[in-house]
Write a protein that binds this ligand. Structure first.
Ligand code: SAM
Length: 276
C-alpha cells in the first residue's frame, strides 16, 4: 500500500519508522511519504491559510495551495468543475454521493482514496479501517487552524476521486496529524503480513460481522496480589473457555455499548447466545 500524507508538520510522521509500522516499511508492505504542504506555496511567507470568508475567528486553509499539492500527488489537471458537472452533481459531490462522469456512467470506484480528518465528519470505525485496508493508495490531508476550505473535498469528489472525511471522536484536536496517525494505524495493521499473529486481529473488538467488545484478557500468574483469574480459563476445556469468553463478550458489550448489541444480526447468534 502506498501512503502519502500532506501536513504543515510532516515531522509528526517521523515515528512511522518505529515498531510494527517501521517493520512493515522494511518488508515493503507499506511505502510512506510525508509531504510539507508549504512546498506548494509561492509566496515569501509560505502561507497556507487565510481569513474566513464571511468573517469570524481564526484562519482557514487555502484551496489554492491544497489543490496544487493534491493535483500533483493524484496526477490530475486543474479544472473548473462548473464546466464539467451540473449543479445537482456538485451538490451530490459535496454530500459524498457518487458523481456522474462525462460519459454519463457512475465513476468506477478508484483504488486511491483521499482522506481528510475532520471533527465534524462521520465517525471513523473499524469497518472503515477494514474497507480502506483494501485500497492500493491512501492520500491523507491534515487540516490545521479552523480547518480546510470546504470546496477542497467537494472539488476532488467531482473529479471522480474517492474522497472521505472522518472524525476520530467527539472532541477537537489542534490538527489532523494525530487523527491521521490513528486512522493509519487502524488501517495498516489489517494488511496481510503486518501483524506477527494474524489470528489476533480476527477476534478483536469491533471486528467481524457481529462486532462485539472483546472479552477480558489475563496472563500468568493465575493469582496476582490476591486476585485470581476465572477458574474456567484454567480448566483446559477449550469448548468451555470459548463459551465463557463469548458470554463475557456479549455481556460486556451489552453493558458498555448497547448500540452494538442493537446492530447484531440475530441469525448469526447461536442457541447458547440467545440465553445470554
Ligand atoms: N473549526 C473546526 C471545528 O470546529 O470543527 C476544528 C478545526 S481543528 C482545530 C483543525 C484540524 O484538526 C481539522 O481540520 C482536522 O483536520 C483536525 N481535527 C481536529 N479534531 C479532529 C477530530 N476529532 N477528528 C478528526 N480530525 C480532527
Amino acid at each position: 500500500m502506498k501512503i502519502d500524507i500532506v501536513s504543515v508538520f510532516p515531522e509528526y510522521f517521523d515515528v512511522l519508522g518505529l515498531s510494527l509500522f517501521g517493520k512493515a516499511q522494511a518488508k515493503g508492505l507499506v511505502e510512506v511519504a510525508a509531504h510539507n504542504l508549504r512546498d506548494w506555496t509561492h509566496d515569501v511567507h509560505h502561507s497556507v491559510d487565510d481569513t474566513p470568508v464571511g468573517g469570524g475567528a481564526g484562519m482557514v486553509m487555502k484551496p489554492v495551495v491544497w489543490s496544487e499539492c493534491l493535483d500533483e500527488l493524484l496526477g490530475l489537471d486543474a479544472r473548473d468543475i462548473s464546466e464539467i458537472i451540473t449543479d445537482d452533481a456538485a451538490a451530490a459531490a459535496a454530500d459524498g454521493e457518487p458523481v456522474i462522469d462525462d460519459t454519463g456512467d457512475v465513476a468506477a470506484a478508484p483504488r486511491t482514496v483521499l482522506i481528510f480528518p475532520n471533527p465534524s465528519a462521520p465517525l471513523f470505525t473499524q469497518q472503515d479501517a477494514t474497507e480502506l485496508s483494501h485500497a492500493d493508495r491512501l492520500v491523507f490531508g491534515c487540516g490545521r487552524y479552523e480547518g480546510y476550505d470546504a470546496r477542497i473535498p467537494e472539488y476532488y469528489r467531482a473529479q471522480g476521486v474517492d474522497v472521505r472525511e472522518y472524525s476520530i471522536g467527539d472532541y477537537v484536536l489542534n490538527g489532523g496529524e494525530v487523527a491521521v496517525s490513528v486512522m493509519l494505524e487502524a488501517i495498516t495493521r489489517l494488511l496481510p503480513g503486518f501483524m506477527g499473529n494474524a489470528e489476533s486481529i480476527v477476534t478483536e473488538s469491533y471486528t467481524g460481522e457481529n462486532a462485539l467488545l472483546e472479552h477480558r484478557q489475563y496472563t500468568k500468574p493465575a493469582t496476582w496480589r490476591g486476585i485470581g483469574v476465572p477458574d474456567v480459563l484454567l480448566s483446559g476445556d477449550h469448548g468451555k473457555v470459548d463459551r465463557f469468553r463469548r458470554d463475557e463478550s456479549l455481556a460486556k458489550t451489552d453493558r458498555l455499548r448497547p448500540d452494538l448489541i442493537e446492530r447484531l444480526d440475530c441469525k448469526a447468534l447461536d442457541k447458547a447466545d440467545r440465553k445470554t
